[in-house]
Write a protein that binds this ligand. Structure first.
Ligand SMILES: Cc1cc2nc3c(=O)[nH]c(=O)nc-3n(C[C@H](O)[C@H](O)[C@H](O)COP(=O)(O)O)c2cc1C
Length: 234
């Protein structure tokens, strides 16, 4: 690979970051198809290509946002009804351990710090959480599902495909935010989009152009160094 190509790939990867405020500029369907066409070159075990993709915009997007925001607002009022909305698999552990808990806290407080949300400011936190279900105002939501007949391995396959979508989008100047926040609303999403019963929602992406005037998009997330996470053998 030529140096120039290497730089372009590296640039698309390293410039991607989670955007949490979008402009309402629409994306055209052909651009999204192009992105998916590239992204589906992702590898998958035995090339089973387990991903199913639901691209949501326009009126359907508004309907979905309306329904899930209503459901989440009801949970804020009456937390016990959260039990009615279950994700189909656990994304996070119940018991956090070090070093993950520290990184998670750093991330959360980094975001809240930018938004001037302080400890105990429940309403502001809820407002920010609800932004997930407005797709952070992105014009497009992409919902990824897997057949329930598949195993954990397929989550690796679909994760590679999802990362490809975000990188191919970034290479076209389009920003994204991966969102597990939608997973507990699997059933509501399935009802609105007519997703068959034998599919489970594994992730969503908000897709659009970043609103650079919004402070929330200034969050810069750190990474541990290669020396810390990698072990080399010779
Ligand atoms: C599978 C997955 C699910 C995520 N879910 C959410 C989410 O629901 N809401 C959100 O604001 N960010 C979500 N994120 C974004 C992470 O917080 C973000 O990737 C991480 O802090 C690193 O920052 P960066 O993406 O800007 O590099 C998710 C990321 C991944 C990979």
């Amino acid at each position: 690979m030529h140096q120039e190509q290497k730089n372009l790939v590296d640039q698309a990867i390293t410039s991607r970051h989670s955007v949490r405020a979008f402009k309402n500029t629409p994306l055209d369907t052909q651009t999204i198809k192009d992105i998916l066409n590239v992204a589906c070159r992702a590898p998958s075990g035995n090339n089973i290509q387990p991903w199913k993709v639901y691209v949501v915009m326009g009126k359907k997007r508004d309907e979905l946002i309306e329904q899930v925001c209503t459901a989440q607002s009801q949970i804020f009022e009456k937390p016990e009804i959260a039990l009615l909305h279950q994700e189909t698999f656990k994304y996070y552990p119940e018991q956090w351990t070090s070093p993950f808990i520290e990184r998670r806290r750093e991330n959360g407080w980094g975001l809240y710090g930018l938004l001037n949300i302080k400890k105990g400011e429940q309403q502001k936190m809820q407002h920010q959480h609800l932004r997930n279900y407005q797709l952070f105002d992105a014009p497009v939501g992409i919902f990824f599902t897997l057949s329930t007949t598949l195993e954990t391995g397929s989550k690796m396959d679909i994760a590679m495909m999802i990362q490809n979508v975000m990188i191919a989008a970034k290479a076209r100047g389009i920003d994204s935010c991966p969102q597990a926040a939608w997973n507990p609303f699997h059933q509501t999403v399935a009802n609105v989009l007519g997703i068959p019963e034998n599919e489970e929602l594994v992730c969503a992406i908000a897709l659009g152009y970043a609103d650079q005037t919004q402070v929330v998009n200034q969050l810069h997330t750190p990474r541990v160094t290669v020396e810390e996470f990698a072990t080399f053998y010779d």
